[in-house]
Design a protein around this ligand. Structure first.
Ligand code: FAD
Length: 388
């Protein structure tokens, strides 16, 4: 068992930090902090992200990816502000799903531009009426000769407002076999236009989260992913990587909040000494660092299990849920250490407080993750009762 980063991992972490300092932070600072960054800016960022191999970390080098270990991906991903890393994760998910499920011909058509960050991708499963339960998807795909026609709505989709390529989960209206009813279609917006807009939410203000409407959207039938595995296998593997990554987004925010609280508590004085000299403030700092360290280790461990080819359903569910809860509490405590200043826009903690509230929802809510973990522990499926 090894708890220290190797020198190679330190180099990867430092490269990601440099990219954040030189490319991402200046762009976040130069734009309205209450609005999504423009597409042009995301493309500039994706160019830098692609150079670090972070648009396609799950693809082997032979397929144009970086083929890095997932734990190394996690170490680099953790350095990136979540308003941006959420978009990187969406791009990566779109790429890995096409790679895992699509035909060679589809891979050749869609992957190169996405991998180098020339095009922006996203994956749309969630709809106004269904999120946690993918069997509730209503967006319909109807076959018409050489085309398929999509009708429906997708909601809470990262990147959708500016995307060029979208994987849309829908139901094949003509399919009787329940396992093959859910299909995915790769929609190129340039050739198959659809309406999309940003949704205002509590946090990740400069990030991209939106909805899309498909009204008789015609797509070449050659864009349908006719996966033998019905998509669920890849989706599951993909979620198992995504969950600890979203956990590491929470770690990023909590670590930043801790750093601010520590510095402030040494500078600010109360009752004749620095705040940091008061025992209850010391307890807050200790609690925060315990939460951050435990969350980080659980997330790295889940990713290491995936690298080792082990089943990681429980480990990844546990890591994400713990990190959201523990790091959310840590950000709250950091705000408290700064008193009224913690509530100010100037200190930046209120933004982290709002951002971290977004993270328990994507890639499995806390409730769903609890059930996944407990299913592994007990061997009993709690999701559906008889007849459900
Ligand atoms: C920042 C962000 C990014 C996102 N990005 C994407 C994306 O790129 N693509 C995409 O398709 N979606 C995306 N989503 C949507 C996200 O995946 C869904 O919101 C999520 O799956 C939950 O679905 P829901 O909101 O419909 O909640 P519901 O499924 O309606 O659940 C509502 C509440 O009920 C609870 N619940 C549901 N079922 C059970 C149960 N069996 N037992 C106990 N409690 C239960 C849930 O935990 C939740 O608290 C994103 C969401 C956010 C916030």
């Amino acid at each position: 068992m090894e708890f220290e980063l190797s020198s190679e991992q330190e180099l990867m972490r430092d490269a990601a930090r440099r990219m954040v300092q030189q490319v991402i932070r200046p762009r976040l600072a130069a734009h309205d902090r209450t609005q999504a960054l423009p597409k042009r800016v995301f493309l500039e960022i994706f160019d830098a992200v692609a150079r670090l191999g972070l648009t396609a970390p799950r693809l082997p080098e032979s397929a144009g990816g970086s083929g890095i270990r997932m734990v190394d991906y996690g170490i680099m991903f953790e350095q990136i502000p979540p308003a941006v890393s959420m978009s990187i994760l969406s791009q990566d998910s779109c790429i890995s799903r096409i790679y895992a499920e699509a035909t060679q011909e589809q891979r050749k058509r869609f992957l190169p531009d996405l991998i180098v960050g020339r095009k922006i991708g996203c994956t749309g499963s969630t709809e106004p009426d269904t999120g946690s339960d993918p069997r509730g998807v209503k967006t319909r795909m109807t076959r018409e000769g050489d085309s398929v026609v999509l009708s429906g709505r997708k909601m809470w989709i990262t990147n959708v407002s500016v995307c060029d390529t979208m994987i849309v989960t829908c139901v094949d209206a003509a399919q009787r076999d329940a396992k093959r009813r859910v299909v995915k279609v790769i929609v190129e917006r340039e050739h198959s236009p659809f309406e999309a807009r940003e949704i205002e939410a509590i946090g990740l203000d400069q990030g991209l989260l939106g909805e899309a409407v498909f009204e008789n959207c015609r797509v070449p039938a050659a864009n349908v992913i006719e996966s033998e595995r019905g998509g669920t296998h890849v989706l599951k593997t993909s979620w198992n990587v995504n969950r600890p990554l979203v956990g590491l987004q929470a770690v990023h925010l909590a670590q930043q909040a801790f750093d601010i609280a520590l510095e402030y508590s040494k500078a600010r004085r109360a009752f004749g000494k620095p705040l940091a000299g008061h025992q209850l403030i010391q307890k807050s700092l200790s609690d925060m660092m315990t939460a951050i360290t435990a969350s980080r280790l659980l997330c790295y461990r889940a990713l290491a299990q995936i690298d080792a080819g082990k089943a990681a359903d429980g480990a990844s569910a546990m890591a994400k849920r713990f990190a959201q809860t523990a790091c959310g509490e840590a950000v709250w405590q950091a705000m408290n250490v700064l008193g009224a200043m913690g509530l100010s826009r100037e200190a930046g903690l209120e933004q982290m407080f709002r951002d971290i509230r977004m993270l328990p929802i994507p890639d499995g809510t806390n409730e769903i993750l609890t059930l996944i973990h407990a299913r592994e522990l007990t061997g009993i499926e709690a999701f559906r009762g008889v007849g459900a």
